[in-house]
Design a protein around this ligand. Sequence first.
Ligand code: SAM
Length: 249
Amino acid sequence: MPRSYAHLQRLFVGPDLSAGIALTLNKEQSLYLAAVLRKSIGDEVILFNGRDGAWLCRLTSDSKKSVALDVVERIAPQPPPSDLWYGFAPLKNERLDYVIQKAVEMGAGTIQPVQTQYTQVHRLKHERLAANAIEAAEQCEVLNVPIIAPETGLDQMLDGWRENHGDRKLIFADEGEAPSSPLSSLLPLAGQRIGLIVGPEGGFSETERTKLRSLPFVVPVSLGPRILRADTAAVAAMAIIQATIGDWR
Ligand code: SAM
């Protein structure tokens, strides 16, 4: 998105976006713009919907119940969705919010909660995960809101991997791997479809590690000599992946 628009508030909306149409925001977004950000008629914001790119819009009504806008011009095209698949064992409360937001910022295209043996959280509120993903996309100029996949179990995910993912490789952040740099394992994956899986605060069980390491599509990697917390490991792993074989290149 051109830097000249970086100061404008970005909002994710549902309807199609095209030049010349008029839109009315929902109550929550109207209250946020009109009351919290105190936007008024003539002010500009950026709207995106994950399909039509980013659009400069101008307020034509600043009612706290229903802000209306004219859609003026497209300022950024819709990029293709990211193909990076990120599987994680759900964490508690704000750590869960954090890991969803960071996955969006790091460019995950699909975010897959995976129940493992030591996962501490079992009843996920899908709408909370989705709200965190949208908030992160709005804040970080991401125009594709990642897919938040329905929760699954590790065995079910691995057993259905080939059928659901074809030739995608699964990078396994294995805290039991001998400490080393993951670069030598990642670089040969350049150009391939990849996923990443990170375990819970209690780590993967030995049974889970043995199963993961036995699968031909799994690529175990170390994230260095220290044990990282699960959310730190997620950000570190996705940063290294994006920098070496992902969209940072
Ligand atoms: N069992 C340990 C514990 O209870 O602290 C480690 C779990 S660690 C907090 C959570 C997850 O982060 C691990 O399952 C693994 O996926 C990843 N992780 C953390 N440090 C790592 C490292 N040095 N190498 C590879 N993966 C790591």
